[in-house]
Design a protein around this ligand. Structure first.
Ligand code: CP3
Length: 354
């Protein structure tokens, strides 16, 4: 199996030379694109869209038709795993994800099992395979999962948009129960990511969206530890090609050194860190992905270009940088501003690569 024709994203993750800084955008397929909203309406709902491989492929490709992105990410959600565990995922209108049966009772936690991705998540695997085929060797495809801890946040709390008080109470009062959930999640995530690799994912990303809520000690014990287990179990190569992995802990700027040592190839950095300082701290070990504040995209194309230039200058010369936002693109972002960003990164970055 050969590398994609544009392999700058994979090369940057492996800190190999590239002619420019590759760029993709977290949540690049989403509600800021009118064509996404149309396809979602045709599907019936967000979950129906995720569960229909033809339509999931269609929306994965939509941002690629508009912008010169250097990677595709399969359209899905991190909450597919807890749904496959039987927790009953649904979306209340305008209120984000909810679970019908959050984990509250000890017996529910004792009975929790890692789902077989080939049986319970085959719709995601079908979408991965179909997107990979549609890309036809043009750019690489990213597979992803939530981190064991971030999944546990939703599984225990039953919803997002809170301070995860139930989860934190369990962490301090019944840590052994949380450890039980996290070890099941780590097995589930490992099997899920390996199955995505088998179906065509060429790089992996772990979204640890809520790791940054934890104390220093708790982050290492309850989040990083389990991401390390996942990374120890995922395939590093497939069909003769490296499959690099990215770990993104939102709010993880204090812990870059320990995250860089967890077995990943790249660190996702949110906008609160300076990417040049992050590079000084960890850049000999891992590549960096990030980290423009998504709010910059609400300004104007000229400001977007200036702010992108600052991120590129801060990272400086050489490979090992994948440009991205510091978190997902907001649904209120004008698509022309995303175009301004992608074009600015491609136009302004070649002088940093020689
Ligand atoms: O990047 C991509 O284009 C791939 C698609 C993707 C989605 N969710 C689609 C989505 C990815 C990578 C995710 C990951 C995800 N999902 C995370 C981690 C990344 C992050 O943002 O921190 C989290 C925490 C979730 C859980 C989740 N799913 C939430 C909190 C929500 C509601 C968000 C909101 O803005 O309302 C979702 C729904 C969701 N997942 C949407 C999309 C496009 C919006 C749903 C819709 O169309 O109505």
């Amino acid at each position: 199996m050969t590398r994609p024709r544009n392999d700058s994203f994979l090369r940057a993750l492996l800190r190999e030379p590239t002619p420019y800084t590759p760029v993709w955008i977290m949540r690049q397929a989403g509600r800021y694109l009118p064509e996404y909203n149309q396809t979602r309406a045709r599907a019936g709902s967000f979950l129906d869209l995720c569960r229909n491989p033809d339509l999931a492929t269609e929306v994965t490709l939509q941002p690629l038709a508009r912008f010169e992105l250097d990677a595709a990410i399969v359209f899905s959600d991190i909450l597919t795993i807890p749904d496959a565990m039987g927790l009953g995922l649904y979306f209340a209108d305008g209120e984000g994800p909810r679970f019908e049966r959050p984990l509250r009772e000890e017996w529910e936690i004792r009975n929790l099992e890692a789902p077989d991705p080939y049986q319970h998540l085959s719709y995601v695997l079908a979408a991965v395979a179909q997107v990979r085929k549609a890309l036809d060797g043009s750019i690489p495809l990213i597979g992803f999962s939530g981190s064991p801890f971030t999944l546990a946040c939703y599984m225990v709390e039953g919803r997002g948009g809170t301070d995860f008080a139930a989860l934190k109470t369990m962490l301090y009062q019944r840590p052994e129960l949380l450890h039980r959930i996290l070890s099941v999640n780590a097995r589930a995530v490992t099997a899920y990511l390996n199955a995505q690799i088998e179906h065509g994912a060429q790089a992996l990303m772990l979204f640890d969206t809520w790791g940054g809520l934890l104390s220093h000690r708790a982050f290492h014990e309850f989040s990083l530890n389990y991401m390390q287990q996942v990374l120890a179990g995922v395939h590093k190569e497939h069909a003769g090609q490296s499959v690099p992995s990215i770990v993104f802990t939102k709010g993880g700027g204090l812990w870059l050194e320990s995250i860089a040592a967890c077995g990943c190839d790249a660190l996702g950095v949110d906008w609160t860190s300076d990417i040049g300082i992050a590079r000084e701290r960890v850049g000999r070990k891992v590549a960096l992905q990030g980290n423009l504040d998504p709010a910059v995209l609400m300004s104007s194309p000229a400001v977007v270009r200036d702010e992108a230039a600052k991120v590129l200058a801060s990272f400086g010369d050489g490979s090992g940088h994948v440009f991205n936002l510091g978190h997902g693109v907001s649904q209120h972002t004008p698509p022309e501003h995303v175009k301004a960003l992608v074009d600015a990164v491609h136009e302004l970055s070649p002088p940093y690569h020689f």
